[in-house]
Ligand binder design. Structure first.
Ligand SMILES: Nc1nc2c(c(=O)[nH]1)N[C@H]1C(S)=C(S)[C@@H](COP(=O)(O)O)O[C@H]1N2
Ligand SMILES: [Mo]
Length: 213
């Protein structure tokens, strides 16, 4: 962790300590911390109790649905695509946020250009090797900070954090980013995923506190 970031984090904790008579909660930090969130300097792990072991030789990413060119990428094929890096903040619906996550991998837009979705495709349905699923409007996936990430802080993403590859959509709560990603389907109609079927918000905007519906 950089010294600068450490100092900023310490300062925020200090502000929280001195806010007397106030229940410990998020200190609004120059518009960076969404409402109701608390800054964490660790990196908690959230999953369904399964962290699938997917060796690179068994890994593939399937892109299908309403696309001109359905594609299944091997690990080597995936890694031969143009690589990008992006640093973003991570907001979990359980109220922790982590700043400055350094992700590397393939931009969602690169995959979009590769498979060429039909004009009817309006939603994206992600699936994971652990049986997880989540749904996102296509337009939310086309920002340049949306990645299929394979590295975190310069090293391969660990199994607990969703390796070999996970989806990162910084502008939405983190459950919208499938860890252990296995499939990306382009759909005309929305289809609720694992948590969306269990009462989580469909839209998941942390700035509007869209936690549960
Ligand atoms: N495949 C899969 N992806 C998932 C989950 C999961 O259980 N399975 N949990 C989601 C939730 S609720 C969050 S907050 C983040 C947590 O990522 P982390 O464990 O790296 O912190 O992954 C999301 N993606
Ligand atoms: Mo979460």
């Amino acid at each position: 962790m950089s010294n600068e970031r450490y100092i900023a984090a310490k300062q925020k904790w200090a502000e929280k300590q001195t806010a007397k008579g106030v229940r410990p909660r998020a200190v609004a930090s120059a518009g960076r911390l969404p409402p109701g969130q608390k800054l964490t300097i660790g990196f908690p792990v959230l999953d369904l109790g399964v962290q699938p072991d997917v060796p690179h030789q068994d890994w593939s990413l399937t892109l299908d649905g309403l696309v001109e060119k359905p594609t299944r990428l091997s690990w080597a094929e995936f890694n031969a695509l143009p690589q990008v890096a992006d640093t973003s903040d991570f907001h979990c619906v359980t109220t922790w946020s982590r700043y400055d996550c350094r992700w590397g991998g393939v931009a969602f837009t690169t995959l979009y250009e590769l498979v060429r979705p039909e004009s009817e495709a309006k939603f994206v349905y992600f699936t994971g090797y652990d049986g997880y699923s989540t749904n996102v409007p296509l337009e939310n996936c086309l920002d340049d900070d949306v990645l299929v990430a394979t590295s975190f802080d310069g090293a391969p993403i660990s199994r607990e954090h969703g390796g070999p590859a996970r989806i990162i959509i910084p502008k939405l709560y983190a459950w919208k980013g499938a860890k252990f990603v296995k499939g990306i389907a382009f759909l005309a109609n929305d289809k609720p995923g694992f948590w969306e079927m269990r009462g989580y918000s469909n839209t998941a905007d942390p700035w509007k506190e869209e936690r549960y519906s």
